[in-house]
Design a protein around this ligand. Sequence first.
Ligand code: MRU
Length: 352
Amino acid sequence: MRTVFWENNQLKMIDQRILPGRFEVLSYTDHVSVARAIKDMVVRGAPAIGAAAAFGLALAGFESASSSTRELIADLQAAAHTLKAARPTAVNLAWAVDRVLLSLSQRERGWGEGDVDYIRHFVLSEAQRIADEDVEINKRMGEHGAALINDGDTIIHHCNTGALATVDWGTALGVIRTAHEQGKKIHVFVDETRPRLQGARLTAWELEQYGIPYEIISDNTAGYFLKAGKVQKCFVGSDRTAANGDVANKIGTYMLALAAHDNGVPFYPVVPTSTIDLSLAHGDLIPIEERDPEEVLGLEFHGERVAPKNAKARNIAFDVTPNRLVTGIVTENGIVYPPFEINLRKAVLGEQ
Ligand code: MRU
């Protein structure tokens, strides 16, 4: 089953807040609820929120009562604004919404005033295309990335980058899954990924389904195993990668990359080209989301809240790993190596 899909004129999404305890699929019929679902992380992971937002735009088209093309497009633009504001770091969100709007505006013979129903279905078919392409792109990244994995490797993985973070298959976890399907014996150390525990909850749940051996480690254990020579590679995802190869990803990725670098362990982000933002020269320009401190403070141990009642917290959701710590970036167009300023551009634009 896909994480994000269209059925019976509704957007359906697996509720990722309650996994692995409960598996539920929620239905959406309006774009404002989709924007809230992205913000609340019913759906999360850069490619998954991109597809969800594109379908949210399709819902906005069907919600609009407008019978004039001009007004319908104005309604779609307003909905695009709402959807894009849901989360700031993953560029796939704006990329998907802008891609739908751009293909609307690029239609060669323009739109007539009576084309409203045609436009509504055009937006839906563009959203469906984004979703279908995502699966195909992940499979291609899986093939490229799996070539980096040897039989017997132990891999550290951060956050959740699997089928749940995408429409299906996954980015970094998709690479691990492809290598497993090729018959390679792999062991995965799953960073639990505080504070929302996407690793312990979602990645572990996915690895169980695929039959891939794993152990959950607390985030601060990664350095221990890297230094002990127990890990051969690190694979992570990305929410936005700048033109120079600086990689924004789930908080904690930078510390993992530092420890990997210090111990000579290759570090590979797996990044569809839709996540590469060539408009940003370097990673310091990437907007970083800060979320509700309650996600950090609400942790309970033995049924008791861990932090003192009046404690304050900071909850930075992403960090940026500088390109010097990155061995190579796996994209659907192949593996990109330094100098990233030159080679990433080639991979995105198909330049020679
Ligand atoms: O806050 P999240 O759970 O949306 O963060 C997700 C990640 O950081 C993933 O690693 C990233 O989206 C890329 S994987 C598809």
